[in-house]
Design a protein around this ligand. Structure first.
Ligand code: 1GP
Length: 244
């Protein structure tokens, strides 16, 4: 089974939870421990990536350590073509569709496509839409973030991604955002889409995770919270609330 098939299969049963680990944020052993704990708490897959300072070395070392520590699929969540590792099972082959720079819409993807093929990484195509506040990824990606009250624009971007053949759509408020994507935006986008909707950025409480799930997210992503959480009980609550 491919990683894409695995994700779709899990989504048939309800919302899934994805754990995002940034290779630059902790030593590899810690990343492996966090992945193991998240697996025990019920997360469905591990995404590896960050907006800055991801290198071939820290990416490969983190992915290898995570692979040894847990049995879940690992998906590279790239910040560009500068680092791509065969130690991951798959790569979100994504376009930041509301970037003002062609580099993030298609340039980095052109640089990375042949490498992805050569490494035998499974590409999973994804439309990536930055929503306010957008945080570091919005800044680095030169995004023109969708305003929180501009639901129609979010719907239009998402549908354009689907019509362009992307397999998943990701609404991203940015890592560490003080406000996650508004639930009413998630609901409106979900209603117009036929492909799965991933939501992340600023989700760090069971209430926020539940709100995203109930609003219609097919996958809830948490990064900062999982990386910083030392209380297994709290970790379980957020993952459980994401999955219902
Ligand atoms: C960032 O959506 C993810 O790409 C996760 O955000 O770190 O705020 O959970 P957080």
């Amino acid at each position: 089974m491919t990683v894409k098939e695995y994700l779709l299969e899990r989504m048939k049963k309800g919302t899934i939870h994805l754990t995002l680990l940034d290779p630059d944020k902790q030593p590899v052993e810690d990343a492996a421990n966090i992945a193991r704990k998240a697996e025990e708490a019920g997360t469905d897959a591990i995404m590896i990536g960050g907006s800055t300072d991801v290198t071939q070395d820290n990416l490969s070392a983190t992915a290898s350590a995570i692979k040894k520590a847990c049995g879940l699929p690992t998906i590279y969540f790239p910040s560009g073509a500068n680092a791509i590792s065969e130690k991951c099972d798959a790569i979100f082959f994504m376009s930041m569709v509301n970037s003002t720079s062609i580099d993030w819409v298609i340039g980095e993807q052109v640089k990375g496509s042949l490498i992805t093929k050569k490494l035998g990484l499974e590409p999973i195509s994804m439309g990536y839409i930055i929503v306010e506040p957008g945080m570091k990824v919005g800044e680095v990606g030169k995004a023109r973030p969708v305003k929180r009250d501009n639901i129609k624009e979010a719907m239009a971007y998402a549908l354009a991604c689907e019509y362009l053949g992307m397999n998943f759509v990701y609404l991203e408020a940015g890592s560490g955002a003080d406000r996650p994507v508004p639930p009413e935006m998630i609901t409106a986008v979900k209603q117009i889409l036929s492909v799965p909707l991933i939501v992340g950025g600023g989700i760090r409480t069971p209430e926020a995770a539940e709100a995203a799930r109930i609003a219609g997210a097919d996958a809830v992503v948490t990064g900062t919270f999982v990386e910083r959480c030392s209380d297994n009980c709290e970790l379980m609550k957020v993952i459980k609330a994401s999955k219902g």
